[in-house]
Write a new protein. Structure first.
Length: 99
């Protein structure tokens, strides 16, 4: 029987919440996922809005230390499974910048 090592993936999640206040910090997946609320409430609903985040700064703030692993990927999604509601999203003009 072959032994498999378990891959530990830390992730940052940025959300727009209907009710949770902006800048709220949440965790899930036993602390492996750190969540920051970037927008809250209905303002801007149905309009194109811009969101910015300093992922490196947030990673260091939420996970601590200065050792930052190489980026493994970016996922963009719209879901409402945790709130048992309906969500719709469109995405455009992504830019990932290095300082």
């Amino acid at each position: 029987m072959q032994a498999y090592s378990r891959l530990v993936v830390k992730s940052l999640k940025y959300i727009w919440s209907e009710k949770v206040p902006v800048e709220t910090h949440l965790t899930s997946s036993l602390g492996l996922t750190q969540v920051r609320v970037l927008r809250s409430g209905p303002t801007g609903l149905g309009e194109w809005v811009e969101a910015r985040a300093n992922v490196l700064e947030d990673y260091r703030r939420f996970f601590g230390g200065s050792d930052v692993p190489k980026l493994a990927g970016i996922a963009v999604l719209t879901d409402s499974d945790d709130t048992h509601s309906v969500a719709v999203g469109d995405y455009a003009q992504f830019r990932v910048c290095r300082r």
